[in-house]
Design a binder for this molecule. Structure first.
Ligand SMILES: Nc1nc2c(c(=O)[nH]1)N[C@H]1C(S)=C(S)[C@@H](COP(=O)(O)O)O[C@H]1N2
Ligand SMILES: [Mo]
Length: 543
């Protein structure tokens, strides 16, 4: 009997939870209130040990790879959202089962009899706990946290009361009897009544979920992020406009369309910062602490423009977590001049709205004017998902060293591990030179002087260290130099092309590159963790 009870409890708990998720979602879209499942997921992802998180991400990326599920970043975020909802659904079921189980025991809850009090108490406790989580791990909602807390708690109280009410409704002597003779329930009028009740309940829960989700989805589709263009920052003609090299068909775009730029961060929902109230305090070990608004940063400092290729350290060889766009900001050195670091200041600690943080060595900033506080990409203020209103660019490092959504900058005398470093990733996260084949354009074979050629192409990248040479090898042949296109800047990837005078059959193509100063790329195959992927990229093709 207990088992039946627990199962009924799990079902009722899960149904009630599905219904309130619909309500939360509609309210999020309509009134910008928090959507607790995402906040709970963000909380869990931050407290789990780093290796577990990385392991989880790895599994998600492997699945996306193996089943060709589209863009890694978008699919992974969708997967996280799905997981959040499933997780909360499961928790709701577990609480329902627990509630039904406790109610049945001769315990204190039993004494409360047939009131709705025990359910209300459970809802209150769960609601308060979830409100605390939301308070700390929601970076999206614009609603005051106290108000959000009341909203979340109220919804959970209703949730608890509903579970309680359903329990009372099911727990009639008759229905207890039928659960005891569960093998032959159809013979009992009460059992039919009980089943009908559960079906109605399921229908009601599903209706609320569908309506809530529908309203939410409709409101969501009406929202569109407006890009705020900045005239002076709009990239004009590309500096390599006159380069003769035409990329082999199928080569990635040299300049990534903004909507295709990869996105990676620790958030299920995109943090949203209100530029009207945002102010950046820059202080700590400095003579002159300041506070900057977005307006200040845009107007009071010399702007700087750079074409930049950025990659996630989690990008696999040939993966899509790497992109190139045009960045606008101001050199961090301009800020140094103004705040005047004290002699004991050795590092800068950068903090973000989502609880992310990193350290930058002051020497790195002093020795490279291109460390840049960035407010615009592709000629417009940063999109929310790319760090609005302010992010930093640190040359020669993977993305994990470069916080988005910056909320605070402190000058300090001691280094500490940043968010990903404290979770086992490389301290320096220096970019590794890599080269990749995007295409062996078998559909674009052409003839010249009686010989057939197949265009082969891709990119090579070593951050600001630059690329001097790319070589291609077919099967076990000689390494042959490819033609290089002038890059958009010394920091962007280099597009290369090699036209192979081909022979029919199945072939293996390999690529390697050399840095500007003659350093060859690493040829040993290494996975992404902890220092970034490297190795010789291979591609098979039949001609
Ligand atoms: N605040 C914050 N900044 C962050 C991250 C983050 O999770 N939170 N992720 C970093 C990582 S791992 C990468 S690869 C880059 C990606 O920037 P993008 O999403 O704009 O491409 O942002 C970096 N900055
Ligand atoms: Mo990353």
């Amino acid at each position: 009997m207990t088992q039946t009870k627990n199962r009924a409890g799990a079902l009722v708990g899960a149904l009630a939870t599905a219904a309130i998720m619909g309500i939360f979602y509609a309210a999020e879209q309509a009134a910008d209130l928090p959507f607790p499942p995402f906040d709970i997921f963000q909380w869990i992802s931050r407290i789990l040990p780093g290796f577990l998180v990385t392991f989880g991400i790895d599994i998600i990326v492997t699945i996306i790879d193996a089943f060709n599920l589209g863009q890694t970043d978008d699919t992974a975020k969708l997967g996280e959202q799905l997981l959040s909802v499933l997780l909360v659904f499961g928790l709701g079921g577990a609480l329902g089962a627990l509630y039904f189980g406790l109610q049945q025991k001769e315990g204190p809850t039993q004494k409360l009899g047939r009131t709705l009090l025990p359910g209300a108490i459970m809802g209150l406790l769960v609601g308060i706990a979830v409100s605390f989580i939301s308070d700390r791990y929601n970076f999206t909602s614009s609603v005051d946290n106290t108000l959000s807390g009341f909203w979340i708690t109220a919804v959970f109280v209703v949730w608890g009361v509903v579970i309680n009410w359903v329990y009372n409704r099911l727990d009639t002597p008759a229905s207890l009897k039928t659960t005891a003779v569960a093998d032959a329930p159809e013979t009992s009028v009460q059992s039919i009544d009980r089943r009908r009740f559960l079906v109605i309940l399921g229908g009601a829960a599903a209706t609320i979920t569908v309506i809530g989700t529908g309203i939410g989805a409709y409101l969501n589709s009406k929202k569109e992020e407006v890009l705020v263009k900045i005239t002076g920052a709009i990239p004009q003609d590309f500096p390599n406009l006159n380069d003769k090299l035409i990329p082999a068909p199928g080569t990635r775009p040299e300049y990534t369309p903004l909507e295709d730029h990869y996105r990676i961060d620790i958030n299920v929902s995109i943090p949203e910062i209100d530029a009207d109230t945002w102010e950046l305090p820059i202080g700590g070990l400095v003579e002159n602490p300041i506070k900057l608004t977005l307006d200040d940063i845009q107007n009071n400092y010399e702007p700087m423009y750079q074409y930049i290729t950025m990659s996630c350290i989690s990008n696999r060889l040939g993966g899509d977590l790497i992109s190139t766009t045009h960045w606008t900001g101001t050199s961090f050195q301009n800020i140094l001049k103004e705040v005047k670091p004290k002699p004991e200041a050795k590092f800068v600690r950068i903090e973000s709205v989502d609880g992310f943080w990193e350290y930058v060595d002051l020497e790195v900033i002093r020795s490279d004017e291109k460390v840049m506080l960035t407010y615009a990409w592709d000629g417009a203020l940063l999109k929310a998902k790319h760090g609005f209103p302010l992010r930093i660019h640190i040359p020669n490092r993977y993305g994990m060293k470069q916080p988005k959504w910056i909320t605070k900058i402190d000058f300090v005398d001691e280094w500490e591990a940043g968010y990903w470093v404290s979770r086992g990733w490389d301290k320096e996260a220096l970019i590794k030179a890599t080269s990749v084949i995007d295409t062996v354009a078998v559909d674009d074979v052409y003839e010249q002087g009686g010989q057939q050629f197949v265009p082969v192409g891709g990119m090579a990248w070593a951050g600001p260290r630059g690329i001097s040479k790319v070589e291609v090898q077919v099967d076990d042949g000689e390494w042959v130099e490819a033609d290089l296109r002038q890059p958009l800047s010394e920091k962007t990837w280099v597009i290369w092309r090699y036209d192979w005078p081909f022979s029919e059959g199945d072939h293996t193509f390999r690529v390697r590159c050399t840095e500007e100063d003659g350093t060859p790329q690493l040829t040993d195959t290494e996975g992404t963790r902890p220092s970034g992927a490297s190795g010789i990229y291979e591609k098979e093709a039949s001609l």
